[in-house]
Design a protein around this ligand. Structure first.
Ligand SMILES: Cc1cc2nc3c(=O)[nH]c(=O)nc-3n(C[C@H](O)[C@H](O)[C@H](O)COP(=O)(O)OP(=O)(O)OC[C@H]3O[C@@H](n4cnc5c(N)ncnc54)[C@H](O)[C@@H]3O)c2cc1C
Length: 259
């Protein structure tokens, strides 16, 4: 049912991290600050002038976060402006999005594949989908345990995607319908593609050693939360055993020796 909009409806700033990814905790704080200050409505997603720099996915994510945090306390109006008509349509679209090229995987293989697609075919729309909101640079993982103080210093910059006109969607793809050319994420979001590139990478192989699944035993995985748990465990540990002592196995010891 249509609702009359009245009172104070505030254009919201969009907070970003240094790597140009959306700063979701800060966005939630802004929502609460404004509501607690007595406003009657929120106007997120580009209403301060940054709309031209927001991808359709970023607009959707901002919308989801603001609606979630507002939790019905005030009205939410969403900015859907864009410099390119097709982007504005995608921002307004509630249904399935549509891309010329979709790349599943946003790491060493997926990002160059997306950039190459876009540079060879500048008129085509390109989307990268990856599972994790913060993607670690795999080759930098060993240095997290030594020279770098945390995993946040070894993240891919999502800015390279937006500066190349590539959209980024965070989500796990769970189904590919090759006949209809539709992929589906774990959240039920669907994307129609013309060309699909799979760059879903690899996971470490753990030999079937009894007990390998127990707490305190780690393989080097390319996941920020996992690596942070591993660093915490290493900092607490009285002794550490590393199985496999090539380049990757040897480097984590530097943090331990430093302690
Ligand atoms: C500790 C470590 C150190 C390394 N050091 C070096 C080095 O110094 N030099 C070097 O050349 N190589 C190094 N490597 C190897 C290098 O990191 C890998 O070869 C490279 O990461 C492979 O890239 P990829 O894009 O194929 O896959 P990955 O890096 O594994 O990325 C896979 C991507 O696919 C996404 N994905 C997977 N499944 C789904 C799904 N269902 N839905 C959505 N997204 C999905 C993931 O989110 C991720 O973004 C190192 C690897 C490790 C682990």
């Amino acid at each position: 049912m249509a609702k009359e909009l009245k009172g104070i409806i505030v254009p919201m700033v969009t907070p970003f991290n240094a790597d140009e990814s959306l700063d979701e905790p800060a966005l939630r704080r802004v929502v609460n600050y404004l509501i607690e200050s007595g406003v009657h409505g929120l106007f997120p997603a580009g209403s301060q002038g940054e709309f031209y720099a927001l991808t359709p996915h970023e607009t959707k994510r901002i919308t989801d976060v603001v609606i979630d945090e507002a939790d019905g306390r005030v009205a939410v109006m969403v900015g859907t402006g864009a410099l390119i008509a097709s982007n504005a349509q995608r921002k307004r679209s509630k249904g399935m999005s549509n891309y010329d090229v979709v790349v599943i995987g946003g790491s060493a293989a997926g990002v160059p594949a997306a950039i190459t697609s876009r540079r060879h075919y500048p008129g085509k729309t390109v989307l990268v989908i990856r599972k994790e909101s913060r993607a670690v640079i795999p080759c930098a993982i060993p240095y997290i345990f030594g020279e770098l103080s945390s995993s946040s210093q070894s993240l891919f910059s999502d800015g390279v995607l937006s500066s190349n006109g590539i959209d980024l969607n965070i989500g796990e793809v769970v189904e590919i319908d090759r006949g209809r050319r539709i992929i589906t994420t774990v959240d039920g979001e669907q994307v129609h593609y013309n060309k699909l590139i799979l760059a879903t990478g690899s996971l470490p192989v753990v030999p079937p050693i009894p007990g390998a699944e127990k707490e305190g035993i780690f393989a080097l995985q390319k996941s920020v939360p996992y690596l942070e748990r591993m660093i915490e465990a290493m900092d607490r540990a009285k002794s550490i055993v590393i199985v496999g002592c090539g380049f990757i196995g040897e480097t984590p010891t530097s943090r331990w020796w430093r302690c």
